[in-house]
Design a protein around this ligand. Structure first.
Ligand SMILES: C[S@@+](CC[C@H](N)C(=O)[O-])C[C@H]1O[C@@H](n2cnc3c(N)ncnc32)[C@H](O)[C@@H]1O
Length: 241
């Protein structure tokens, strides 16, 4: 039986926001490594690892048996929060899926979502839209962190029920806590975003010059984004990042 499980930094950051002693539901668990790690370390007593489809659920089961944690990590097959009973998991984790998928899952979360105490979310895309949705539905940011793996940045967002005021639209995209701290990776994260928006600005400006309808508006939006990011970068302390 194996005990030597090391999580990748992205999942370590997710695990870092899971409070000790709580029952966790890992939605879209796939390999189930997060849940296995949490129970192997004695951090939590039980994890419900859910999967939408049979293939990943089989993979989860195989790993759970390999690490001998069948008594503490349970696999359930079904979409979203529909496989959980209200109140059985205080902490809901969703990692490695798109922000829009997370919103759809939470939208239909009903009483399971209401009864949960904390959400730990690691969206692969659409973090800004997800943060905006969370704030509009009465969640506040408890903490956030950036993780870098092989040149790619991952955002991990931890929320609970509460009121949040986000003063500036760009903070939905950057993360209000990531900005406030500031996260040690913030400068590099902003630079990467700025470089992407500059590329988009260049593309849309070329399209606008060749009379492409709509490109002018898009170019203007990207120009404004670049200006905001440049201003944010200039506000950061020089030693950071
Ligand atoms: C890329 S994997 C991420 C696995 C793991 N959470 C991680 O972060 O490494 C995303 C998983 O989410 C599952 N998934 C997607 N939509 C889902 C849904 N509505 N309910 C449950 N699982 C879902 C997919 O089957 C897939 O295995």
């Amino acid at each position: 039986m194996r005990r030597d499980l090391n999580l990748e930094p992205r999942l370590m950051a997710v695990a870092g926001f899971v409070p000790a002693g709580r029952v966790v539901a890992d939605i879209g668990a796939d390999h189930a490594y997060l849940g296995i790690w949490l129970v192997l370390r004695g951090r939590v007593p039980k994890v419900v690892a859910t999967e939408a489809s049979a293939g990943p659920a089989q993979r989860a089961l195989k790993n759970i048996r390999r690490y001998g944690v069948e008594d503490r990590v349970e696999v359930r097959v079904g979409s979203g929060l529909g496989v959980l009973c209200p109140g059985e998991a205080e902490v809901l984790v969703m990692a490695g899926m798109g922000g829009q998928t997370m919103i759809s899952i939470l939208e239909s979360g009903g009483r399971v979502l209401e009864a949960s105490k904390r959400l730990v979310l690691q969206p692969m895309t659409g973090a800004g839209k997800l943060r905006k949705w969370l704030v509009s539905k009465g969640f506040r940011f408890l903490d956030e962190v950036l993780v870098e793996e092989k040149g790619r940045f991952y955002e991990v967002i931890c929320v609970e029920a509460g009121t949040e005021r986000v003063d500036d639209e760009i903070l939905f995209e950057i993360g209000p806590v990531i900005w406030r701290k500031p996260d040690p990776l913030l400068r590099r994260f902003l630079r990467q975003k700025l470089s992407r928006y500059r590329q988009l600005l260049k593309m849309t400006t070329t399209m606008a010059n060749s009379e492409n309808p709509g490109a002018k508006g898009a170019a203007q939006a990207f120009r404004e984004k670049c200006e905001v990011l440049e201003a944010m970068l200039s506000c950061l302390p020089k030693s950071e990042g």
